[in-house]
Design a protein around this ligand. Structure first.
Ligand SMILES: Nc1ncnc2c1ncn2[C@@H]1O[C@H](COP(=O)(O)OP(=O)(O)OP(=O)(O)O)[C@@H](O)[C@H]1O
Length: 589
């Protein structure tokens, strides 16, 4: 059981430097708890003032928009993404629909026109940063649906230019808050008790504000535990529903006009369903509980406790995590911990954090990797897990025909695909990368190349697969920001090698067998390389911890031997025994 020793509670945690971007939470003396200050609104703000990067105008428009279009709409009460219901609600409001469509069109239209003017006046480079900042403000003004879309792409260093990436990453946690008065009354309404009864202390202002909700620090009256209280923005569900409805319509037009093969409306529907699930905080708390149970015990991983009794659809109460953003502390060891935890999520239990954006990963004050925000979780099915491992093995061993088959198993290619042709294309795409050696393959480049090949063959990448790729690409992205040579695949391969050598799944065992025998000939070199990699999985982790010194080759041989003799090495031992028996027979003749 991992135990996090919380440091003395301060309502000015290290990661929220007072005044950095929010008004500081009011420190309440922990020795003598006071009744919370209730219904305290933030002081009036000067229009157009900038509070450390949060533009007040954008904030006003953003919140105003939510209230105007959200709080009173029937769509605010939808429990899940229900397209017929959303259509029925907004078809009855043509004026609202038209006004909002014009607002979206005019806002983006103006921005594209400015970019066009930049390009014809040869000022594109000069104005690049300005336009990136404008785009961020536009997304903020347009509301949560656009902020969420931007967040989804903001970790893609491979597709977004750096200046845009920098601006879009600010959307992850620099969104202005809504009124505390409204938030407190929402807590009371949702949980059915007065704030003073629920909490003995609560920060008079939010400590963080995100697109869907904002977070307060508080102390539970019942147990005295310090908690984070997340409150959903009022009107957010209705506002998002309206925008989804409009975006779907635009997607239909674009698809027809550009004769696209990809069903853009289906992509939006899938995204919308997951966004609606994310807006149900009870589901988020259940996800958090499961995540904690599965991964909270991994070494140096921390998952906060969820308080189900104090959680409702729009209010979530969980254990407070004291720490700093992983991106700020630049801790490569914790990136490795994240990679190992991701592999365990994807390939061990198949239940994974599908939104591990940099704002959701913290380094706790005692040096652990803490996960936050369990709104978006993915399920990676067992057959896909094995298929993914097989694809990695075939990629590293340059078996492109087998790789094309793996793509069918993974649902990336339809079974009817011309596998020869695809395999030729994949060979072209991956050969260069693989020739550089597994340690030099960049996950970002690989997924970019894969996307382009898929596009060429008019195949679509299933959304589950994009999320899986994203959950690893995010970690690579964080590491690259302070270590340009970091490669996530190089950290993952030892784990994969170990898995394939030790797993009892018949599918993986037959893959291993196929890999170790080429045209009936035993490939000892492949077994050797798998063994070396799988041993690296163990030693590398301990070396990062500085627990052991460098292993010499004798130690490696000893470890390889002890592995093949261990219970987990049974299948490999069996193969080796058969090979030894064959050699014995040959020697006899
Ligand atoms: N348990 C916690 N302990 C400390 N801080 C927290 C905790 N939970 C959330 N926060 C802070 O609040 C911020 C927003 O929380 P969270 O990401 O869960 O909200 P969200 O509305 O789902 O955000 P997003 O829209 O970006 O996904 C986090 O980035 C973090 O700074």
């Amino acid at each position: 059981m991992t135990i996090l020793l919380l440091p003395p509670v301060s309502l000015f945690p290290a990661k929220y430097k007072p005044g950095a971007f929010l008004k500081p939470a009011r420190p309440l003396p922990s020795s003598r708890p006071r009744a919370p200050r209730r219904r305290e609104s933030p002081p009036p703000r000067a229009a157009g003032a900038i509070v450390s990067g949060v533009d007040e105008d954008a904030f006003t428009k953003y919140s105003g928009y939510l209230f105007e279009n959200g709080a009173s709409s029937a769509a605010e009460f939808l429990d899940e993404y229900d397209l017929p219901a959303i259509s029925a609600i907004y078809r009855r409001k043509p004026v609202l629909l038209l006004r909002r469509s014009l607002q979206i069109g005019a806002t983006f239209g103006r921005w594209f026109a400015l970019r066009y003017l930049d390009s014809i006046s040869d000022r594109s480079d000069e104005m690049f940063k300005v336009r990136a900042a404008e785009l961020r403000m536009i997304l903020l003004e347009l509301g949560p649906a656009f902020v969420k879309i931007a967040q989804a792409v903001s970790s893609r260093a491979d597709v977004i230019p750096p200046a845009y990436l920098e601006e879009l990453s600010l959307l992850q946690d620099r969104i202005a808050p809504f009124s505390t008065e409204i938030a407190f009354s929402m807590i009371e309404k949702e949980l059915g008790l007065p704030i003073d009864i629920l909490f003995s202390e609560i920060s008079p202002e939010p400590v963080a504000a995100a697109s869907l909700g904002q977070v307060y620090q508080a102390r539970l009256r019942s147990s005295g535990k310090v908690v984070a209280v997340k409150v959903q923005r009022p009107g957010v569900r209705a506002a998002i529903s309206l925008d989804i409805f409009i975006l779907r319509y635009i997607a239909g037009l674009v698809r027809r006009a550009a004769k696209l093969n990809t069903d853009l409306q289906a992509v939006i529907d899938e995204w919308a369903s997951s966004l609606f699930r994310e807006m149900d905080y009870r589901a988020e708390a259940r996800n958090g509980l499961k995540f904690r149970k599965l991964y909270g015990r991994l070494r140096d991983v921390f998952v906060p406790e969820m308080f189900m009794e104090q959680t409702s659809r729009r209010v979530l109460v969980m254990e407070w995590v004291e720490g700093q953003k992983l991106t700020e502390v630049k801790d490569l060891y914790l990136v490795e911990v994240g990679v190992y935890c991701s592999l365990s999520q994807l390939l061990e239990h198949g239940f994974y954090h599908a939104d591990p954006h940099p704002g959701n990963l913290l380094r706790t004050s005692d040096g652990k990797l803490a996960y936050l925000d369990f709104g978006m979780m993915g399920e990676f099915k067992k057959e896909f897990q094995d298929g993914f491992i097989e694809a990695c093995l075939h990629l590293v061993n340059r078996d492109f025909d087998a790789l094309a088959k793996d793509f069918v198993t993974l649902g990336l290619l339809p079974p009817t695909a011309q596998k020869d042709e695809v395999s030729k294309a994949l060979t072209g795409v991956f050969q260069n990368a693989v020739n550089k050696g597994v340690r030099n393959i960049s996950f970002g480049d690989l997924s970019g190349n894969l996307g382009r090949t898929m596009y060429k063959f008019k195949f679509r990448i299933p959304s589950y697969f994009s999320l899986v790729i994203r959950s690893l690409a995010v970690l690579e992205g964080i590491a690259i920001s302070f270590n340009p040579d970091y490669k996530v695949l190089s950290s993952s391969y030892p784990w994969i090698a170990r898995k394939v050598l030790t797993d009892s799944s018949p599918q993986l065992q037959s893959t291993l067998q196929a890999l170790l025998y080429k045209e009936g000939v035993f490939r000892i070199d492949r077994l050797e390389s798998l063994l070396t990699e799988s041993l690296r999985a163990r030693t590398e982790q301990s070396m990062v911890r500085k627990e052991v010194g460098k292993t010499d080759s004798t130690a490696a041989i000893q470890q390889a031997l002890s592995f093949t003799l261990s219970e987990k090495g049974a299948f490999v031992r069996e193969i080796l025994m058969q090979e030894f028996a064959k050699i014995g027979e040959e020697l006899k003749t």
